[in-house]
Ligand binder design. Structure first.
Ligand SMILES: [Zn+2]
Length: 116
Protein backbone atom coordinates (compact mmCIF):
# COMPACT_ATOMS: atom_id res chain seq x y z
CA UNK A 1 0.00 0.00 0.00
CA UNK A 2 1.43 3.35 -0.97
CA UNK A 3 -0.30 6.07 0.95
CA UNK A 4 1.52 9.30 1.60
CA UNK A 5 0.38 9.81 5.18
CA UNK A 6 1.88 13.28 5.39
CA UNK A 7 -0.03 14.56 2.36
CA UNK A 8 -3.24 12.89 3.64
CA UNK A 9 -2.75 14.61 6.96
CA UNK A 10 -2.24 17.91 5.20
CA UNK A 11 -5.43 17.46 3.19
CA UNK A 12 -7.39 16.51 6.31
CA UNK A 13 -6.15 19.55 8.18
CA UNK A 14 -7.08 21.75 5.20
CA UNK A 15 -10.55 20.22 5.01
CA UNK A 16 -10.95 20.80 8.72
CA UNK A 17 -9.98 24.46 8.43
CA UNK A 18 -12.33 24.93 5.48
CA UNK A 19 -15.22 23.47 7.49
CA UNK A 20 -14.47 25.71 10.45
CA UNK A 21 -14.36 28.69 8.09
CA UNK A 22 -17.77 27.82 6.68
CA UNK A 23 -19.12 27.35 10.20
CA UNK A 24 -17.90 30.81 11.18
CA UNK A 25 -19.43 32.54 8.16
CA UNK A 26 -22.68 30.57 8.57
CA UNK A 27 -22.92 31.92 12.09
CA UNK A 28 -22.43 35.45 10.78
CA UNK A 29 -25.03 34.89 8.06
CA UNK A 30 -27.53 33.60 10.62
CA UNK A 31 -27.08 36.77 12.61
CA UNK A 32 -27.69 38.88 9.50
CA UNK A 33 -30.93 37.06 8.69
CA UNK A 34 -32.24 37.76 12.16
CA UNK A 35 -31.45 41.46 11.83
CA UNK A 36 -33.14 41.64 8.43
CA UNK A 37 -36.27 40.06 9.83
CA UNK A 38 -36.76 42.59 12.58
CA UNK A 39 -36.09 45.44 10.18
CA UNK A 40 -38.12 44.34 7.15
CA UNK A 41 -40.68 42.21 8.94
CA UNK A 42 -41.82 40.58 5.71
CA UNK A 43 -40.31 37.18 6.23
CA UNK A 44 -43.04 34.92 7.50
CA UNK A 45 -42.57 32.84 10.59
CA UNK A 46 -42.73 29.70 8.46
CA UNK A 47 -39.90 30.91 6.26
CA UNK A 48 -37.85 31.78 9.28
CA UNK A 49 -38.46 28.37 10.81
CA UNK A 50 -37.59 26.66 7.55
CA UNK A 51 -34.39 28.63 7.22
CA UNK A 52 -33.57 27.78 10.80
CA UNK A 53 -34.14 24.07 10.17
CA UNK A 54 -31.95 24.17 7.09
CA UNK A 55 -29.20 25.93 8.96
CA UNK A 56 -29.48 23.34 11.71
CA UNK A 57 -29.21 20.52 9.20
CA UNK A 58 -26.10 21.94 7.55
CA UNK A 59 -24.61 22.53 10.99
CA UNK A 60 -25.25 18.91 11.82
CA UNK A 61 -23.60 17.74 8.61
CA UNK A 62 -20.62 19.96 9.25
CA UNK A 63 -20.29 18.55 12.76
CA UNK A 64 -20.33 15.00 11.38
CA UNK A 65 -17.75 15.87 8.74
CA UNK A 66 -15.54 17.43 11.42
CA UNK A 67 -15.88 14.37 13.64
CA UNK A 68 -14.91 12.18 10.71
CA UNK A 69 -11.85 14.26 9.95
CA UNK A 70 -10.87 14.30 13.61
CA UNK A 71 -11.11 10.50 13.78
CA UNK A 72 -8.97 10.19 10.66
CA UNK A 73 -6.37 12.52 12.17
CA UNK A 74 -6.51 10.56 15.40
CA UNK A 75 -5.93 7.35 13.46
CA UNK A 76 -2.87 8.91 11.86
CA UNK A 77 -1.57 9.67 15.37
CA UNK A 78 -2.30 6.09 16.44
CA UNK A 79 -0.66 4.61 13.34
CA UNK A 80 -4.00 3.08 12.38
CA UNK A 81 -4.58 5.25 9.36
CA UNK A 82 -5.50 3.44 6.16
CA UNK A 83 -7.10 0.48 7.93
CA UNK A 84 -10.83 -0.11 8.13
CA UNK A 85 -12.33 0.90 11.48
CA UNK A 86 -14.63 -2.13 11.39
CA UNK A 87 -12.79 -5.10 9.88
CA UNK A 88 -9.20 -3.79 10.09
CA UNK A 89 -8.49 -4.59 6.44
CA UNK A 90 -6.36 -2.12 4.48
CA UNK A 91 -8.41 0.58 2.78
CA UNK A 92 -7.50 0.90 -0.89
CA UNK A 93 -5.10 3.76 -1.57
CA UNK A 94 -7.22 5.20 -4.38
CA UNK A 95 -10.20 5.31 -2.03
CA UNK A 96 -8.18 7.42 0.39
CA UNK A 97 -6.96 9.58 -2.48
CA UNK A 98 -10.56 10.46 -3.25
CA UNK A 99 -11.60 10.81 0.39
CA UNK A 100 -8.76 11.16 2.92
CA UNK A 101 -11.34 10.94 5.71
CA UNK A 102 -12.54 7.46 4.71
CA UNK A 103 -12.59 5.29 7.84
CA UNK A 104 -14.11 2.16 6.34
CA UNK A 105 -13.11 -0.17 3.52
CA UNK A 106 -15.45 -0.32 0.54
CA UNK A 107 -17.20 -3.45 1.79
CA UNK A 108 -17.92 -2.12 5.27
CA UNK A 109 -18.91 1.29 3.87
CA UNK A 110 -21.46 -0.26 1.54
CA UNK A 111 -22.82 -2.39 4.39
CA UNK A 112 -23.14 0.73 6.53
CA UNK A 113 -24.99 2.53 3.72
CA UNK A 114 -27.48 -0.31 3.54
CA UNK A 115 -28.22 0.36 7.18
CA UNK A 116 -26.52 -2.74 8.52
ZN1 LIG B 1 -13.94 -3.09 6.48
Amino acid sequence: MSIDIESMKKRLVEQREALLDVAASAKEAAGTVELDQTRVGRVSRMDALQAQAMAKESNRRRELALQRIDSALQRIEDDDYGYCAVCDEAIMANRLEVDPGALLCIECASKAEQGG
